[in-house]
Design a protein around this ligand. Structure first.
Ligand SMILES: Cc1cc2nc3c(=O)[nH]c(=O)nc-3n(C[C@H](O)[C@H](O)[C@H](O)COP(=O)(O)O)c2cc1C
Length: 214
């Protein structure tokens, strides 16, 4: 089991702002704790199964407390494997670009696969919904070409952060820190200073989490 599972949602790799900040977090974490281990889920390389047919029926079977058919059970094995990996590390790191006010579709696909009854949340009429991914910490790195911070005067809506944080809380992850790198396009100086501020915060947060050893 790795100390941290890193879920990478930008396909832009060397050109990605969110990935650069995530790499800085990981660099500072390794610096603070050399034995620190990371496993990466690159959502642009990962084979994510379509969430339809027997797979989605398997979800509804659980919700209605029915046994899986053999076909549903087979389809569900892949979902179980993805979730086992998702919950395997005590800490999660996400790099999350804004795409059309929300998150990239690959990340939404992953969210749809890992958000499953009895595995990452449960529901009972008496107590309502309860997240099951507890005792996990998370760091989320948001990037967007526009500045959506309060007071920025941006007239466009931001569904990236509210969506992602509602999801984290829904599955039980209530303790998380966020880093925003924005704007990532526009006047060079603003982009450079936003990027530099996010790098600094990433290194500070990593030291906070993993200790400030020399
Ligand atoms: C399909 C697509 C949709 C985008 N939609 C938005 C958007 O709604 N608002 C915004 O500010 N930036 C938007 N962007 C720009 C990205 O958020 C920006 O380039 C950011 O730096 C991407 O993160 P990355 O550098 O980590 O890849 C979009 C980019 C793509 C590719």
């Amino acid at each position: 089991m790795a100390d941290l599972l890193y879920i990478e949602a930008s396909p832009r790799k060397e050109r990605s702002h969110s990935i650069a900040i995530a790499r800085e977090f990981l660099r500072a974490a390794r610096n603070a704790r050399p034995e620190f281990t990371v496993e990466t889920v690159d959502l642009w390389k990962e084979k994510l199964p379509d969430f339809d047919g027997a797979t989605i029926e398997a979800k509804y079977a659980i919700l209605s407390q029915q046994a899986h058919t053999p076909e549903q059970a087979r389809a569900w094995e892949t979902v179980l494997r993805i979730i086992a990996r998702f919950v395997s590390a005590p800490m999660l790191l996400f790099s999350v670009p804004m795409w059309n006010f929300g998150v990239p579709y690959r990340l939404k696909h992953y969210v749809d696969l890992v958000t499953q009854p009895t595995l990452t949340f449960r529901f009972s009429p008496a107590t309502g919904y309860e997240g099951l991914v507890t005792n996990k910490r998370a760091v989320v790195i948001y990037s967007s070409s526009g500045d959506y911070s309060p007071g920025s005067g941006n007239p466009r809506p931001d569904y990236q952060k509210p969506f992602f944080e509602a999801w984290l809380r829904f599955i039980g992850i209530s303790q998380f820190d966020t880093i925003t790198v924005a704007p990532t396009i526009g006047a060079d100086e603003r982009v450079r200073s936003a990027h530099a501020a996010a790098l600094t915060r990433a290194a500070q947060l990593a030291r906070q989490y993993f200790g400030a050893h020399p």
